[in-house]
Ligand binder design. Structure first.
Ligand code: 26Q
Length: 815
């Protein structure tokens, strides 16, 4: 199917085998037969990476460049995705088969770079995929962490964090670009210079860090476009030693300087709700912002210097968009101004207007405690010149805030950048952006109505919604090969380029033979997952059971605890009522908790304790099973989504900005059991009430309950000692203590802390909803119809749609 100007990568399986074997020999100086599986994988990845690097088919073009600034890019394994994008998966599969190692085994050798925490980092990776697929000049700008998010192991039911040495065996996709290194400066003093009328500032002394980029080619579907993900690594300038120490023979001290610099790109901060006050984090943020912007301006100047002459910088926003993923790159605004004013001699007002025209901002959280803030003292000390710009922008902002605005003092207290001795990064981001967007309809509504309400009143035109999306090629095409093949056989391959074509599946929802094939594909995926879980944990799952799945970061607001309460309720009901026979179900959890997040880690321990009790009890274990899959990552997620019947999306309404696993799961034909939160609302609109199960308080009800201040969680305990009360008692009465003790702190959360996350409040509505949904599974035909319907309606959630909207409304480019 090499129709248009696509490069022909392999003519056929024979051609592929020849090239593959040559690559083996050129890399390892051994023949294919002499290599182990990992080496074979490495050679194959190198071959494909080389082709991706060389496939700059349409070369330079004059269209706008988008720079997506994100501290996280959770790219996942690339090989299988690139084979799909090159359109050579079948040829390579056949070739590998003939050579004797199945492609799946090679693909399984690939490291899974954990360069992100969760949703936000994966979103950035999906956006890279979609920008390349749509032919947009999309450049990723991020950090090359030496160690990714920790690897999770479970010991005695507890999460144990291990170092993720993802680069240990090399990363064949990246190229180090020495010649593109730039210097980033920290600390020191600001010095004022004057020459007649003109004065300017420089930052003297402090530490100079070398930022070295590593480029990863991002291959678009159909291989018509190759973009670049540029990840920065911090290094000491080659000859940079603490010279005094070096000369006096204190080599340890001399070297310490070097390792302090390297520390900047050593680790990813593992807290997905913020880890405030760590200077190293601030250094990471500034490093990739400054290095990225320096590079952008250099490239831009080279390309447009002649064309625009004097007016060069005023046109920046016509040719460049800088998009900031949350507040982590919030320094883009002031840093762009600093470079323009200090180095390019642009005047202050022009520089500010250029910055604002160029920069846009996506918010990903409404929880006030997760909004990023830095103490002014820390900030000014690390970035003295940058701080001057922030102070001046804040001063001008205060000056220009109309004094007749209603509640002026309140508006200022909410919107100023500097407040209470802190730099408020969300406000900095808004003030420097020409566009502010939320990530689902509901979330954007909450930003307007509360989180950023005062800004919205002042500048309603800034705000817009961009409902998240996912790479349907990766999460359906790659992850679910049997279902993807079934879909291709039914409606052709067009959906890979255009996810809306999935709607053609509606014709087949009720078709018995399509349903039968759908069930077969699902069974295959469930067997594959069951095998993986058995090998990872020793837990045996019966694939005739319903697979009920909750996979995401552990967080109180996501309420994995509510899910556990439902399982304990089932357990108790089975034991106390011999006529009670729920639909046999395997409850599958996966996800990491931040090292320092004690409550979330206790919930993980609770799940493992419940698993131990339930799976080991022959009175119940043919009806319910529980599995905790360790080390949730893109690669294991791709095994889990296709095997899921019920998708648990149960955060309390108004807490989850969007969620994206909800989209990945519905696309794979899972039925959502969820609250009216984040993008669940939009899933519900798309599939209709009959094809989703919604329960629990709505956002307005949660708000009203909190405002009224009359929720007493413990009344629910006292009112129902038989069901709900019994579950709470079991947390501390030894029932679950065999693995490693009771769960007092979880009980305290519900009693002393009055159940902030409304687990008890939503309990009955949740359990009833689950019962009904699990019952519905019995009607296989109706269930399959609903499942296929979910896939058919999921095209909207392709990140291709999301990126088209960003391109049209925010970046102002055609795609
Ligand atoms: C901030 C400061 C210091 C250290 C760490 C951080 C930090 C790191 C990661 C703060 C937040 C994050 C990640 C947030 C995140 O993943 N949010 C999720 O974004 C998804 C994509 O929009 C949404 O679908 C989820 O609802 C949202 O929770």
């Amino acid at each position: 199917m090499n129709t248009d100007n696509k490069p022909q990568v392999f003519k056929d399986a024979t051609d592929f085998k020849t090239q593959f074997c040559e690559e083996c020999e050129s890399i390892f100086s051994k023949t294919y037969d002499e290599l182990n599986d990992f080496e074979r994988y490495y050679a194959l990845a190198s071959l494909i990476a080389g082709k991706a690097r060389n496939a700059k088919v349409d070369g330079e073009n004059d269209e706008k460049q988008v720079y997506y600034f994100s501290l996280e890019f959770l790219i996942g394994p690339l090989l299988d995705n690139y084979l799909l994008n090159f359109g050579v998966r079948d040829i390579v599969k056949a070739g590998c088969e003939q050579l004797g190692t199945p492609l799946e085994e090679l693909v399984a050798c690939e490291a899974d770079p954990g360069l992100g925490n969760g949703g936000l980092g994966r979103l950035a990776a999906c956006f890279m995929d979609s920008m390349a697929a749509l032919g947009i000049n999309g450049n990723g700008n991020g950090m090359r962490y030496r160690y990714g998010l920790f690897r999770q192991e479970i010991e005695g039911g507890r999460q144990v964090e291990m170092v993720d040495n993802w680069l240990e065996h090399g990363f064949p996709w990246e190229t180090r670009k020495n010649e593109s290194a730039v210097v980033v400066q920290f600390g020191g003093q600001v010095v004022r210079h004057q020459d007649g009328e003109r004065f300017w500032f420089t930052q003297e002394g402090g530490e100079k860090v070398k930022a070295v980029p590593y480029d990863v080619p991002i291959l678009g579907y159909g291989a018509k476009k190759v973009n670049t993900l540029r990840l920065w690594s911090a290094e000491p300038a080659t000859e940079d030693f603490d010279l005094d120490a070096f000369n006096s023979g204190d080599y340890a001290k001399a070297m310490k300087f070097r390792s302090d610099v390297e520390a900047i790109s050593q680790i990813l901060y593992p807290n997905d709700a913020g880890e405030h006050g760590r200077v190293l984090r601030l250094k990471q943020e500034y490093l990739f912002v400054s290095a990225g912007l320096q590079t952008i301006l250099r490239t831009y100047e080279k390309k447009f210097g002649k064309r625009y002459g004097e007016k060069l910088w005023e046109h920046l926003g016509d040719h460049v968009s800088v998009h900031t993923n949350d507040t982590h790159p919030a320094m883009c605004g002031p840093e762009l101004m600093r470079i323009l004013v200090d180095e390019k001699r642009v005047d202050f007002d022009t520089a500010f207007n250029v910055a604002r025209k160029t920069i846009s901002y996506t918010n990903h959280t409404v929880m006030p405690e997760a909004l990023e803030k830095w103490p002014i003292e820390v900030f000014r000390h690390l970035l003295p010149r940058l701080y001057m710009f922030i102070e001046e922008i804040d001063r001008r902002y205060r000056d220009t805030l109309p004094h007749d605005v209603e509640g002026w003092a309140n508006v200022l207290s909410k919107t100023a950048i500097l407040w209470d001795g802190q730099v408020r990064m969300a406000n900095l981001s808004v003030i420097f952006a020409h566009s502010v967007n939320g990530v689902s309809e509901l979330h954007t509504g909450i930003l307007k109505a509360s989180t950023l309400h005062e800004f919205y009143e002042l500048r309603p035109d800034l705000f817009n919604n961009k409902t998240n999306g996912i790479s349907h090629r990766r999460f359906l095409g790659n992850a679910n090969p049997k279902y993807a093949k079934l879909i291709c056989d039914a409606i052709g391959e067009g959906w890979l380029a255009d996810a809306n074509q999935l709607s053609q599946l509606e014709k087949y929802e009720d078709d018995p033979s399509f349903q039968e094939e759908f069930e077969k594909a699902r069974r295959w995926s469930k067997e594959r997952l069951a095998k993986y879980i058995f090998e990872a944990t020793g837990t045996q799952l019966d694939t005739s059971m319903v697979f009920d799945v909750q996979v995401k970061r552990f967080h109180a607001y996501k309420r994995q605890l509510l899910n556990v309460f439902k399982i304990l309720d089932l357990y108790n009901r089975i034991l106390s009522d011999s006529s009670f026979s729920p639909r046999p179900t395997a409850f599958i959890f996966s996800g990491k908790a931040a090292q320092s997040y004690t409550f979330a880690k206790e919930v993980i321990r609770l799940i493992n304790s419940v698993a131990e009790v339930v799976n080991g009890d022959p009175r119940v274990n043919d009806k319910i099973r529980v599995a905790f899959v360790p080390n949730f990552a893109v690669s294991s997620a791709q095994l889990i989504y296709p095997a899921t019947d019920i998708s648990e999306q149960i955060s309390w309404a108004g807490s989850e900005a969007s969620g994206t696993s909800n989209m990945k799961l519905m696309m794979n034909g899972a039925i959502t059991l969820g609250t009216y939160d984040g993008a669940n609302v939009e899933i519900c609109d798309l599939v209709g009430q009959d094809n989703i199960k919604i329960f629990g308080l709505r956002t307005e009800e949660v708000d009203a309950l909190r405002a009224a201040g009359n929720y007493w969680a413990w009344d629910l305990y006292n009112n129902d000692r038989i069901r709900l009360g019994r579950i709470i008692d079991e947390l501390t009465d030894g029932t679950l203590a065999h693995l490693s003790g009771n769960f007092e702190s979880i009980r305290d959360e519900l009693s002393i802390s009055n159940d902030h996350d409304l687990v008890l409040k939503d309990f009955y509505s949740y359990v009833d909803a689950w019962d009904e949904l699990a019952q519905a599974y019995g009607d296989r035909r109706a269930w399959n119809k609903a499942a296929i319907h979910n896939t058919a309606r999921s095209g909207y959630f392709s990140s291709d749609r999301t990126i088209r909207e960003y391109a049209r409304d925010i970046w102002h480019i055609d795609a």
